[in-house]
Design a protein around this ligand. Structure first.
Ligand SMILES: Nc1ncnc2c1ncn2[C@@H]1O[C@H](COP(=O)(O)OP(=O)(O)OP(=O)(O)O)[C@@H](O)[C@H]1O
Ligand SMILES: [Mg+2]
Length: 350
């Protein structure tokens, strides 16, 4: 009887606002937050999914809320990353284990994990993350809504850690059938940071990569200030996010519709210009024979800034035609999708 060893490839993107995970046809997104337990009225919630009601037991046997549950219910919440870096490796590891549990189909499984971390994360931190995740782990998760407890064991055979945009670089080249390395810049516009990664002859160029705080969050903050000036009402930037995601150009403020269209356009132009300026500055650190053939714009911010950025990268002479600026089809998941592809290559090599 043929006996096959089953190891699954997992791609992760540890973003500052959301963690993304891809494993085969499973894809999940959870807020990058963990928090203290705050039990109560659990049985009555409508959404009983483990994804949105995720609790993991830490090494001291304490419950820790993960993702959406922490965001909504915890009194003390900790972000896993800020200012373009991971904050606590222990907390990130705990969240990663909890997320891995979502993909499990039985109570023992083996994985190869490739994960993206914010670009400003140090080498030591990346090593600690990789060391901490490798090996066997006993995981105990609980669904806060149903009380159901699952205990499982995982073996993480290999861990690869790289800057987040590297996932999109890989995914974009592989999905377009390109076999050779192409000198490129990958601009990943997230919620709180924009990461810029330069690739030269297939290598990630450290001196030509970096991160800035201008991102989608800067747009909602600018709009919030504009609304306050115009209507004298305070709308939190966070509450404007849904309007931006839905492409709305009017919002309801104090019972009156307010046109925010031109305020959006203005803010988009100035934020996109900062992103292009920073890319230009970083490009100066590439060797003189580098030839940028592709600018790849990804992250949730590509939906808002992508169109203007095409023009701006062209105007700045970084690309020779609009076609050289690519936006992946699934710009929010593209890092995680690429990392899953990278993890898969380790499976076939075994
Ligand atoms: N379809 C959409 N249209 C416009 N904006 C969107 C859309 N989808 C997501 N966003 C915005 O993109 C941001 C999230 O993007 P993304 O998931 O790439 O961030 P992140 O990776 O968690 O953050 P960071 O890169 O800062 O670590 C949010 O601000 C969200 O409002
Ligand atoms: Mg991101």
């Amino acid at each position: 009887m043929p006996v096959a060893e089953i190891t699954r490839a997992v791609g992760v993107d540890l973003g500052t606002s959301t963690i993304k995970i891809v494993c085969g046809d499973q894809q999940y997104k959870i807020p990058s937050v963990i928090g203290s337990p705050n039990p109560g009225w659990a049985g009555l919630v409508q959404d009983k999914s483990l994804l949105n009601n995720l609790i993991i037991e830490d090494s001291r046997g304490q419950d820790v809320y993960i993702g959406e549950l922490a965001r909504l219910q915890s009194e003390i919440r900790k972000s896993l990353a800020s200012e373009g870096k991971m904050k606590s490796i222990d907390n990130s590891l705990l969240a990663l284990k909890a997320i891995l549990s979502l993909t499990m189909q039985s109570n023992y499984e083996q994985f190869v994990v490739a994960t993206g971390v914010p670009i400003a994360t140090g080498v030591e931190e990346s090593k600690t993350l990789s060391k901490g995740l490798k090996g066997t782990h006993d995981i105990k998760v609980k669904n806060d809504a149903t009380g159901e407890v699952k205990e499982m064991k995982i073996l993480v055979e290999q861990v690869l850690v790289a800057p987040e945009p590297y996932g999109t670089y890989w995914h974009t080249l592989r999905s377009s059938g390109v076999k050779t390395a192409v000198d490129s810049i990958i601009v990943d516009i997230g919620h709180g940071t924009t990461d810029i990664l330069c690739m030269y002859k297939g290598s990630m160029m450290r001196a030509a990569s970096g991160s800035i705080e201008e991102a989608t969050d800067s747009l909602t903050s600018a709009l919030s200030r504009a609304i306050q000036e115009k209507a004298g009402k305070i709308i939190r930037p966070f509450d404007l996010m849904t309007a931006i995601e839905q492409g709305k150009r009017t919002v309801l403020v104090g019972g009156k519709a307010l046109d925010i269209g031109s305020a959006i356009d203005q803010a988009v132009v100035s934020i996109a210009d900062i992103i292009v300026d920073e890319s230009n500055r970083l490009l100066n650190n590439l060797p003189p024979d580098a030839w940028i053939e592709k600018v790849i714009v990804c992250g949730g911010g590509s939906y808002t800034f992508g169109k203007y950025l095409k023009q701006a990268f062209f105007d700045a002479n970084i690309v020779k035609s609009f076609e050289e600026v690519l936006v992946p089809e699934n710009a929010v998941m593209s890092n995680a999708l690429g990392f899953e592809m990278i993890a898969t290559t380790k499976l076939t090599k075994k």
